[in-house]
Design a protein. Sequence first.
Length: 378
Amino acid sequence: MRPDLTQVFWARMRAGGFISEAVELIDTSRRTGRRILVDAGGVRPRRGRALKGRCLTFGQREEIAIRRAQGQSLRQIGAAIGRSPSTVSRELRRNAVVGVGYRATSAHALAFERASRPKPAKLHVNAQLRGIVERDLKKRYSPEQISGRLKREFPDREEMRVSPETIYQSLYVESRGALKRELTASLRTGRTLRRPSRKVGQRKNRIPGMINIAERPPEAEDRAVPGHWEGDLIIGKGNLSAIGTLVERTTGTTMLLHLPDGYKPDQVAPVLAAKIQTLPAMLRQSLTWDQGPEMRDWKTVAIDADIEIYFCDPHAPWQRGSNENTNGLLRQYFPKGTDLTVHSAEDLDRVAAELNDRPRKRLQFQKPIEAIGELLLQ
């Protein structure tokens, strides 16, 4: 992964985005995005945040690679990119890969790596300070408490000072080599991966123009009128796969969405619309979903499927109680921590049919398939 693209990913995460949004900006997979986070311990790397003007850009390196392959001279290449021939010569000499030659992507990564000037971490070179920090972490002191206590114990020794952020980075960034990541278990959160901090309200309006559940017709609440649905996703291992779930509130009828390619907004919207379109008009009254980013294109779904769409309040799963209960039942077939891409569309239809054939106490032990069948005959 090119370091400059990695910074685009981190900038989106810092702005309050989700992994799915951040990887979309750099045209890569959620798996790669997750690896970027894990490798960095959840801490945005400083390297590459602001390239100096004297550095070659990725576009210039692409020009060098193309023109070199065309057989152009160093002077011709330099003139084309606005650099001296000697700059081009050094670039080709330093950043070519043995046996492969000069390629823009690998050259850009090598240049970033070479340009770094990392200083040794303070906790790495000061054994006494490191020992005190490790001791206090094991006593479950927070980094802020450790930092404040050091100022009291060593008021006249500047070398015995360390900021809370330095402690956090030494814990989470393995390349610093100062503190063992196992010590994160002593922190109050116990997280082994640091989460980007976000300001209050940073994630507002991630679903543009959404309509709150408070505006949903009262008839949907008492289940008297059929055709009001609740929807959600169940997520697979490593957040890399998903299955969409739809539950009709009156009868408990379940439909499942096959999402073999992922669950980005542009992947969920067409599948969801197509599934709803299979229903008769009388059973397309409304759909209630949570505020997941996969529903960014909800307006398209609403128009294509001719259905009203509403969104729950944040952290209020009870507002989709039927769907939450059904998702629990579905975990019998799709256990947590498993890869959901192994299930075909036919597998999902079979599971949905089996659920719809179960007697329900709420329906006086009538089956959902029987209840919805009676509605369709009316």
